[in-house]
Design a protein around this ligand. Structure first.
Ligand SMILES: NC(=O)c1ccc[n+]([C@@H]2O[C@H](COP(=O)([O-])OP(=O)(O)OC[C@H]3O[C@@H](n4cnc5c(N)ncnc54)[C@H](OP(=O)(O)O)[C@@H]3O)[C@@H](O)[C@H]2O)c1
Length: 184
């Protein structure tokens, strides 16, 4: 049972433009069933968590399409946001350390996916609750935008792959002797 942050990033470490656009990403060549792709990753996932901006982007992107995830999904927000009909979406706010046991229980022995954004992944890392970071690096520089993970955090590289135009990297969060995320 592990908690992963799995995301795509520009080469200079942004996961969206300052206007929350992913056009630079969706125009890239990627094999959805290829190495380290989303389809294989999703099979291990039993619960998802995302921040409000990511949820609002998904709402805009999905339009009338059905919600893409069958596992329960938590959205962290201080606001009342629209719920997609037929989707298992739950809202929460506050410390991720309070939410994490709920996510683990809901995942039922499978893993937890922190979809983003970067600060939310950082909140899990701060609490020592993030195990892995998976990044699909697109061949583009954005210069500015929503950061990949705006913290000092030590990682150990465990796997790499090329998926068409992407460099895919999987990292383990380094731990200190007490088992906390290592912020050397
Ligand atoms: N490249 C990719 O694969 C990828 C993956 C994921 C996301 N994205 C994109 O990256 C951007 C990320 O946006 P973002 O940096 O603004 O991050 P975000 O995590 O999606 O949203 C941040 C918002 O989440 C809420 N929030 C976060 N932590 C909370 C907590 N502990 N308790 C309560 N509310 C909390 C707050 O919203 P309120 O205070 O407003 O309620 C906060 O302003 C989005 O455009 C998204 O679409 C890209």
């Amino acid at each position: 049972m592990a908690t992963h942050y799995y995301t795509a990033s520009s080469l200079d470490g942004f996961i969206a433009t300052p206007q929350h656009s992913l056009d630079w990403l969706l125009s890239q060549d990627f094999d959805e069933n290829g190495p380290m792709a989303y389809a294989g990753f999703l099979q291990r996932i039993g619960a998802l968590v995302m921040g409000a901006s990511t949820y609002e982007w998904l709402l805009r992107e999905q339009g009338e399409e059905p919600w893409p995830y069958s596992s329960p999904t938590w959205v962290l927000t201080h606001r009342d946001l629209r719920v997609v009909e037929g989707a298992d979406i739950r809202f929460a706010h506050g410390a991720v350390s309070d939410l994490h046991p709920v996510l683990v229980e809901a995942a039922g022995g499978r893993d937890v996916w922190v979809i983003g954004g970067g600060d939310l992944a950082g909140q899990f890392a701060d609490a020592g609750l993030l195990d892995e970071v998976w990044v699909q690096y697109a061949p583009v520089m954005l210069g500015a935008g929503a950061p990949l993970l705006p913290r000092r955090l030590d990682l150990e590289l465990v796997e790499t792959a090329q998926n068409r135009s992407f460099v895919c990297a999987r990292y383990r969060v380094a731990r200190d002797d007490e088992g906390d995320s290592r912020l050397s």
